[in-house]
Write a protein that binds this ligand. Structure first.
Ligand code: ARG
Length: 407
């Protein structure tokens, strides 16, 4: 019989470390680990060392930062993606990319078991499992497992089990569950689980408290081409460079803290805290530029598509065919979203204070209240007459009916 193989998404934390010996024993399989760098705090050498020490036969370290920035984060910016009006889908965006690489490696290695260590209470398991299964192609008897979810492992049990197998556990672990990438930092657990309490200051790492931010505002300009940010303060940068730099600049002004009551796909309401300086500024700037270059009809219609886009991505359906259609619409509208936006950062606030575009539909001549405008004000009277006609007729009918009732 051929040797069974598992491909495991490995972060080096307790869950995924313990998963290596656990899966070897439970599945009777060899374990291959994969770590994707999407801009989080990964140390590839240390992770490789840990993975092999804990019993994996092979480790893959993949730098996916630029792919993540261009194919995932930039599409979210074009969709002005804010789940429930607030969350820039930081973690939701990285899961389909992780799943894609797990699947590629599984095919290359002839593995039919894929593993991660997501909890059964969250969204990440849905995003990974759905994408993995959709990309499985002709792999036979594909299985996706998460030891903590599928075998009900508790933290205490894992610590004990790990100790017996030489897995050293950090004695003073952070009380938070953190997920980081180029688009932001998701923070859960600890005191954050009490929604009535202000998040503790030690939850934040990328942003200063707004009250401690510099007393002087700072301006940044962002240049967009086809809806994608390509330059910061006039300097052309790669996607990951631009996001990294803007995270630093805006974070230093206390911009990008998000405190959110969120509806998870699995039906749970949770309190989530995020730091997303670049995401916050870029979405605001991008949305503003759209208003300059899109027609009124486009400006009012696109949010319907954007809302569907972010809901699909949050809910783990990156691979669903509808996403292709939504993306086609969004990309079509972005052809004219070229230009530069100036944002003022000051003590947690981020205000767009200027924008320009070769495709601007703004006409000073039409908009000005100066007397020499070319707008024909006499045309307004007739327009109002017809525009209000249905509503005026309805009001008259109502009035007449009330009079008759009184008689
Ligand atoms: N609530 C967010 C989401 O579902 C963040 C998840 C963070 N994931 C984590 N493993 N800590 O997208």
């Amino acid at each position: 019989m051929e040797q069974k193989k598992v491909v495991l998404a490995f972060s080096g934390g307790l869950d995924t470390s313990v998963a290596i010996p656990f899966l070897k024993e439970k599945e009777g399989a060899e374990v291959i680990t994969v770590t994707l760098d999407v801009g989080g705090p990964v140390n590839p050498e240390l992770l490789r060392e840990k993975s092999l020490k804990y019993g994996a036969i092979k480790h893959y370290a993949i730098d996916a930062k630029e792919e993540f920035a261009r194919e995932y984060v930039f599409q979210a910016i074009k969709a002005n993606a804010l789940y429930e009006g607030k969350y820039p889908v930081i973690s939701s965006l990285s899961r389909p990319l992780i799943a894609k690489y797990l699947m590629e490696i599984a095919k290359k290695e002839g593995a039919n078991i894929l593993a991660h260590a997501c909890t059964g209470k969250g969204n990440d398991q849905v995003r990974l499992d759905v994408t993995i299964k959709a990309l499985a192609g002709d792999i036979k008897d594909l299985k996706v497992v998460s030891p903590p979810r599928d075998f009900g492992l508790t933290r205490e049990w894992e610590i004990d089990y790990g100790k017996q197998r030489g897995i050293e556990v950090v004695s003073k672990e952070s009380p938070y569950s953190i997920d980081e990438n180029l688009f932001g930092r998701s923070i859960e657990c600890g005191q954050i689980e009490y929604p009535e309490k202000e998040p503790p200051t030690d939850a934040f790492e990328w942003t200063v408290p707004p009250e401690e931010a510099p007393d002087k505002p700072e301006y940044v300009t962002i240049t967009f081409e086809k809806g994608e940010p390509v330059a910061l303060n006039g300097e052309r940068l790669s996607g990951s460079e631009l996001l990294t730099k803007l995270n630093e600049i805006a974070g230093a002004h206390g911009v990008g803290r998000i405190d959110h009551i969120e509806d998870r796909l699995v039906g749970i309401k949770s309190r989530e805290v995020y730091e997303a300086p670049a995401a916050t500024v870029l979405i605001e700037a991008h949305h503003d530029l759209e208003k300059l270059v899109l027609t009124r009809h486009e400006v009012l219609f696109k949010p319907l598509i954007d809302a569907k886009w972010v809901e699909m991505v949050y809910n783990g359906l990156w691979v669903e065919p509808l996403m292709g259609s939504l993306n086609a619409f969004i990309n079509e509208t972005q052809k004219r979203v070229n230009g530069t936006v100036k944002v003022k950062l000051y003590k947690g606030s981020y205000i767009v204070v200027g924008r320009s575009s070769p495709n601007s539909l703004y006409s000073y001549d039409l908009a000005t209240y100066n007397i020499d405008s070319s707008f024909d004000q006499t045309a307004a009277r007739g327009f109002i007459e017809l525009w209000g006609l249905p509503s005026i007729v309805a009001a008259q009918v109502k009035e007449k009916q009330e009079q008759e009732r009184k008689k």
